[in-house]
Design a protein around this ligand. Structure first.
Ligand SMILES: [Zn+2]
Length: 153
């Protein structure tokens, strides 16, 4: 038993606007970012501090209560790793883009690293272990773009 099928293919980009809820922990994190404040949460058992906050400590496998263990963090951190890419993050075909520096930054007082652009730096000026500081977006809106990137201290 065979059935003829018509398959239609279309190459190209499709724009799809959508929203999704990030959950209670990230909701609180982004509310603080909107006010240019960085917060993390602390595991009640091992004391590790997470940025962004987590519901469960992966090391201890304990739930970190939502209403407790929040920690105010500074705008400063240490570059723990980085990469230089000629690709734009949202367009891998654009090789003419200026080199983009992406760094993993461990915020002072935390045990995890976040990934953001390194701003106002040339590739040969970037060194693992260098101290960096948040550059906030001029207008915040409660999402990851509230942090424009990190600059050398
Ligand atoms: Zn823990």
């Amino acid at each position: 038993m065979s059935e003829d099928k018509v398959i239609v293919a279309n190459k190209g980009m499709v724009r799809a606007d959508f929203n999704f809820w990030v959950g209670q922990y990230l909701d609180k994190f982004f509310d603080n970012l909107e006010n240019k404040k960085l917060v993390g949460n602390k595991c009640p058992k091992c004391g590790d501090v997470f940025v962004p906050p987590r519901k469960i400590c992966g090391k201890c496998n304990v739930v970190i209560p939502l209403e407790e263990n929040w920690v105010d963090l500074p705008e400063t951190g240490t570059l723990t790793n980085y990469t230089i890419t000629p690709y734009r993050v949202n367009d891998r075909t654009d090789r003419k883009a200026k080199d983009l520096l992406l760094g993993m930054i461990q915020i002072d007082g935390s045990n995890t690293a976040i990934v953001y652009k390194l701003l106002n730096l040339k590739p040969d000026e970037v060194k693992i272990g260098m101290k960096v500081k948040i550059e906030w977006a001029e207008k915040t809106k409660g999402d990851p773009s509230d942090i424009k990137g990190f600059v050398k201290m």
